[in-house]
Design a protein around this ligand. Structure first.
Ligand code: ARG
Length: 572
């Protein structure tokens, strides 16, 4: 059950006359401090201001009118016009007992089931995957898991850049500089060497290489047999390397429809746009103009070539025809904001206005020097070596913490802890901001890290082991829940919050809403652990109730982390 939504609906119904019920409801939030109850309704001040009334009087009237039963009684009026809601203890107790019996963690089928296409990861293949690909992959995967956990249909689409200029560069390298023996041993390494060779020559200002590479791309697009064959030969190797990375990260896709897939549709897209008067010829190119952005949105270049934007328009049409989605999310670097603004505007004009198109933008990963994260030689950091380093750092933590665990197990735990740390460091940021990559912070045992949450989970498992019980045996016994200590109550309120947190994260497209919640839950557990003896509780009833609260916390942490794409371990 979504407690926040229940309270919001009740407050919406009690909105003072002349006020806006949805704004009034939106001002209901979990309380930041237990002093102010469990939830707070903060909308009275704004309503009073717009109606020119006394905020406290408005609050008193709302407190009188609102019906929160059976969840809570009359809210308490505080300060200039806040309303503090305290959930009834009996209601809380019953809800927690029910949660203990519910394998779905309190999540129920959505009122309106949506189909959501999530375009994420989408790297340009044939370039080695680097740290910049991490954010889209990790954020997109987590959003997919959030929508799935809420019961929506998700289409995970890896919109591979498999048709762009980088292939021309590789083709040029292949024809002029290939090392066949090296290719036979490790094709991807050789292709990326050729790519880097071409790219560095072009960066140095070598116009001949630049135009030769562009000519190779044009030939590929025009259907040149040799280039198409080479493309078909290179692609499986590139995909294999990508998939190895996705497997390691635990990321999967439903479809991988790269840019090449849309190539046959592009001529038709442009002629349709022209026929409908959406695009026009300007200086030899076919373009569409979008208000507020000076640069034209080019759908066919002067030399006749189609581009990134044309492909994205074809993609919108294809997705609508194939899945008829309610929402399409593009998890892409914030630097592409103008592209998506133009793309969405043109698509709406073209008739694709029903689907809610959203650019889920994110900032850059920075090094300690506050510049985009690079290796010491100034190269972008390869994703593979980054993950290896994370696991090596995690291994140090595990070795220091649990030297008694078997080395093989420690290696397995380090992989989970290392990958979790990297993913969580990314997901716990407000995605729009840049963030600084810092090994010691992201593996801290104390703080807003995956390591801290995994450790909280492992500590609970150790209590259960010592108590000779398991999650299953606790749930089978279904003990009475006793909430006499404030720390027990604090845990109960929080384990019930998972459904509302997931809905907030989905509506704002922000996994950090989930990480903040899990961190808050782990902190509440810490307070509980200090204040409430579990195995040495004063009575069997209390012990059983506390074991149940421990287990609910652990299962909520585990499920929440899994929605971030992060695993837990029983010992670490
Ligand atoms: N391949 C692009 C890049 O690496 C990202 C593609 C994002 N998706 C899209 N439909 N445009 O910059």
């Amino acid at each position: 059950m979504n407690v926040l939504n229940r309270l919001r609906a009740a407050f919406a119904a009690a909105t003072p006359e002349g006020g806006d019920p949805s704004a009034f409801a939106a001002a209901v939030r979990p309380a930041g401090d237990p002093k102010f109850g469990d939830y707070q309704a903060n909308g009275c001040m704004a309503v009073a201001k717009s109606l020119k009334k006394n905020p406290r009087e408005v609050a008193v009237a709302v407190a009188e009118a609102v019906d929160l039963e059976p969840l809570a009684g009359k809210p308490e009026v505080a300060g200039p016009g806040f309303l503090n809601v305290r959930l009834h203890d009996e209601w809380l107790t019953a809800q927690v007992a029910e949660l203990l019996r519910d394998p779905a963690h309190g999540l129920t089928a959505p009122e309106a089931k949506k189909t959501v296409v999530i375009d994420f990861s989408s790297p340009n293949v044939a370039k080695p995957m680097h740290v910049g690909h991490l954010r889209s992959t990790v954020i997109g995967d987590s959003l997919a898991r959030i929508f799935e956990a809420l019961g929506h249909t998700v289409v995970r689409d890896n919109h591979l850049g498999d048709w762009g200029a980088q292939f021309g560069m590789i083709l040029w390298g292949w024809k002029n500089h290939r090392d066949q023996a090296a290719y036979d041993v490790d094709p991807v390494a050789e292709l990326s060497r050729l790519y880097r060779l071409a790219s560095s020559k072009i960066k140095e200002g070598d116009r001949d290489v630049e135009s030769a590479a562009r000519a190779e791309t044009a030939k590929l697009h025009a259907g040149d047999a040799e280039n198409r064959d080479l493309w078909a030969q290179f692609m499986p190797h590139c995909l294999k390397a990508l998939h190895a990375m996705y497997d390691r990260l635990g990321v999967r896709f439903d479809v991988e429809l790269g840019e090449s897939f849309y190539d046959p549709m592009l001529a038709d897209v442009v002629s349709d746009l022209e026929a409908k008067g959406i695009a026009e010829t300007s200086e030899g190119a076919v373009v569409a103009f979008v208000e507020g952005i000076k640069a034209p949105f080019i759908v066919r270049k002067r030399d006749g070539a189609f581009n990134y934007g044309t492909t994205d328009l074809a993609t919108i049409r294809y997705r609508e025809q194939t899945w008829d989605p309610d929402q399409a999310l593009y998890v892409v670097d914030a630097r592409q904001a103008d592209h998506f603004k133009q793309l969405f505007a043109v698509a709406r004009r073209w008739g694709y206005g029903k689907v809610d198109l959203q650019h889920v933008a994110f900032g850059t990963i920075m090094g300690a020097d506050r510049r985009p994260y690079k290796t010491r030689d100034g190269d972008v950091v390869g994703l593979e070596s980054l993950l290896d380093e994370a696991v090596a750092e995690a291994r140090k933590v595990v070795d220091a913490n649990s030297p008694d665990i078997e080395p093989d197990d420690r290696a397995r735990i380090a992989e989970i802890v290392g990958l979790g740390a990297v993913k969580y460091a990314d997901l716990s940021q407000n995605r729009i901001s840049d963030y600084v990559f810092d090994w010691s912070k992201m593996l801290a045992m104390n703080g807003n890290t995956a390591t801290y949450l995994q450790y909280a989970y492992a500590r609970i498992q150790s209590i259960l082991r010592k108590g000779g019980v398991s999650s299953e045996s606790i749930r089978d016994r279904a003990p009475a829940i006793l909430l006499s200590h404030p720390a027990e109550r604090g845990l109960a309120v929080r384990v019930l919050r998972l459904p509302e947190v997931l809905e907030l994260a989905a509506s704002e497209l922000k996994p950090n809403i989930l990480t903040d919640y899990l961190f808050d839950l782990a902190n509440a557990y810490s307070t509980f652990y200090e204040g409430c003896p579990v195995l040495k509780a004063e009575s069997d009833e209390r012990r059983d109730s506390r074991l149940a609260l421990c287990d609910l916390t652990a299962q909520t942490l585990k499920h929440g982390l899994s929605i971030l794409g992060i695993d837990v371990v029983d010992r670490m």
